[in-house]
Design a protein around this ligand. Structure first.
Ligand SMILES: [Zn+2]
Length: 331
């Protein structure tokens, strides 16, 4: 690492530290054209060609907290592409070719101890793109948690505005907006939430339950309101769910020559800001106690060594993540 980099750290475990259990769920897949991922691939394909790309998973995560119960970080895709606003189907579907025969509700119901949507206390949206928001309707008991800036997208939603790319929230939906500028009650309605500045390489986060188990990090650039989640899974061990901060491991893990590939300007609302956020992610990934997982990190399911492959729900990923940390600088 460059010697100029300041030492960064994450909050230490406290005396009665609480941990969360995290499970990854493949809530559908997308085709990601390379030019949507890497800046160096823009303009590579002829205009009438189908662009080159890869089919990638859309990860959502079940997070279980000993006192606060079950949370979901993102819901993935809607089943069979049904229920999206027409503009999503016209603008995004031809490029991203989403597939989802089993949605998150189906997947959590299939476990040996089935989980019902009514068992979920919180749904956290990393951001409001169609491949992350799923169908909120069945989660009728859940409080929706999202970045304050996400709210602007749903002020005039579909179908009120027939051209909107965002569905209206279910009637009566409880919403908690994350305000990274509020020193007092940054997550209104969640009583012990508190602002943390800085957190590792990032400027600010909200310790959602005030117990250091789950931090929601302001991770701007991809889309307004975009947040990542940092889950404390064991003593001095964290998983950073980085959502769409970038879309490939090659953008945050330096190659043997020490460089990362630049993220695509096609796929980030504020490219310059997104690039800074990716730099912060790279720094977090260099920490000995952090495992990063992107929402579309296909490599997590296709590691060279089978034991490095991230387990999926109903298996928690805690043990796997601790093992990854143990190997981190020995690869
Ligand atoms: Zn996405």
């Amino acid at each position: 690492m460059p010697s100029t980099m300041a030492t960064i750290h994450l909050p230490a475990d406290d005396e009665h530290q609480v941990y969360v259990t995290v499970s990854a769920i493949v809530a559908g897949t997308l085709f990601l054209p390379h030019e949507e991922v890497f800046q160096d691939c823009i303009g590579e394909s002829e205009s009438d060609d189908t662009p080159e790309g890869t089919r990638v998973p859309t990860f959502a995560f079940l997070i279980q907290h000993p006192k606060e119960g079950k949370l979901l970080f993102d819901l993935g895709l809607r089943k069979n592409g049904e229920g999206y606003p027409p503009s999503v189907m016209e603008d995004a579907f031809p490029t991203f070719k989403p597939e989802c025969n089993e949605d998150i509700v189906d997947i959590i119901a299939k476990a040996e101890s089935p989980i019902k949507p009514q068992d979920i206390n919180f749904v956290i949206y990393s951001h409001l793109h169609f491949d992350h928001v799923g169908d909120l309707t069945p989660f009728s008991r859940a409080t929706l948690v999202m970045g304050q800036e996400s709210e602007i997208f749903i002020r005039n939603p579909y179908p009120d505005d027939p051209r909107s790319s965002y569905n209206a929230l279910p009637a009566g939906q409880r919403v908690c907006l994350l305000d990274f500028t509020a020193d007092a009650s940054p997550a209104r309605g969640i009583p012990h939430a508190r602002l943390i500045k800085p957190i590792g390489s990032f400027e600010r986060a909200i310790d959602l339950f005030g117990d250091g188990s789950l931090y929601l990090i302001d991770a701007p650039g991809h889309m307004s309101g975009h947040v990542a989640a940092l889950a404390r899974i064991a003593s001095d061990a964290f998983v950073l769910l980085a959502a769409d901060t970038c879309h490939s491991r090659q953008c945050y893990v330096p190659s043997s020559s020490g460089s990362v590939r630049e993220i695509s300007s096609l796929n980030h609302q504020q490219w310059d800001i997104a690039k800074v956020t990716v730099t912060k992610l790279t720094e977090m990934n260099h920490m000995a106690n952090v495992v990063v997982v992107l929402a579309h990190e296909a490599d997590r399911l296709q590691e060279k060594c089978k034991e490095d492959t991230m387990p999926l729900f109903p298996q928690p990923l805690n043990v796997w993540a601790s093992q990854q940390l143990g190997k981190k600088f020995r690869k």
